[in-house]
Ligand binder design. Structure first.
Ligand code: PEP
Length: 249
């Protein structure tokens, strides 16, 4: 039985004060939600405010990225032990915006994922095709390549700690959602990849989230798909009302 994970990716939004206000409004709205895990991922500098504001609640806090070295002369980076020490439970790795704007590759995704696991963080590893790749029938090739390059070389005990997020790039922040059938097919394909690489037990256990313009109005149909185990939500996770409706799908 896979427990759904409903995660909010706040990208480059909200100050520390706005983070606190969000939590004051959001926590009572999800206090009774025992059916899922809940996570918010603010920008690095606002993680302490989020940790303080969610203390004693069931809402966890995660980072949006991480560096693979523990410490050293790497100006601007934040390490996995640092995220853990400040109170993070999880970290998003390989988001398509990191891949598109910041040179993230499957190789760096693999390094970040192993570093996160070593520090005791739950990596949420993003994969997904662009519009051009979908329209030229390359979706499965892209997903297989990203899966193999980012996750294929993990040890089975490492793989058991990760969450996968399928995020079609053309659906992120565009208001264009994959239909439940499209998402279901991609999730099934990814679960088959897991089965091939790590076996049946791992395939049944791993959670695969859907991300890409998830809203209160479409979350129910997406979550009704058997291979969709939660959502990674961008824009709609910034509003307490909308994110609570998504959490309480
Ligand atoms: C995301 O940032 O991971 C995302 C899915 O964004 P949005 O929900 O805004 O499409």
């Amino acid at each position: 039985m896979r427990v759904p994970l409903m995660a909010g990716n706040w990208k480059l939004f909200k100050t520390a004060a706005e983070t606190t206000v969000f939590c004051e409004r959001f926590l009572p709205m999800v206090a009774a939600a025992s059916h899922c895990e809940i996570l918010i991922c603010p920008p690095f500098v606002n993680i302490p405010a989020a940790v303080a504001a969610t203390q004693g609640s069931k809402v966890g806090v995660g980072g949006q990225d991480v560096y693979w070295q523990k410490e050293g002369a790497f100006t601007g980076e934040v390490s996995a032990p640092m995220l853990k020490a400040v109170g993070c439970r999880s970290v998003i790795i390989g988001h398509s915006e990191r891949r598109q704007y910041f040179g993230e590759t499957d190789t760096t995704v693999f390094k970040k994922t192993t570093a996160a696991i070593e520090a005791g963080l739950q990596p949420i590893v993003c994969v997904g095709e662009t519009l051009d790749e979908r329209e030229s029938n390359r979706t499965e090739d892209v997903l297989a390549t990203q899966f193999k390059g980012g996750l294929g070389a993990l040890r089975p005990d490492e793989f058991a700690k990760i969450v996968i997020a399928y995020e079609p790039v053309w659906a992120i922040g565009t208001g264009r959602t994959a239909t439940p059938d499209m998402a279901a097919a991609a999730h099934k394909f990814l679960r088959d990849q897991v089965r091939g690489a790590f076996g049946e037990e791992a395939a049944q256990a791993v959670r695969i989230l859907y991300g890409g313009s998830v809203k209160p109005a479409n979350v129910k149909n997406l979550m009704a798909q058997p291979d969709i185990d939660g959502a990674l939500v961008g824009g709609a996770s910034l509003k307490p009302e909308d994110f609570s409706l998504i959490v309480n799908f």
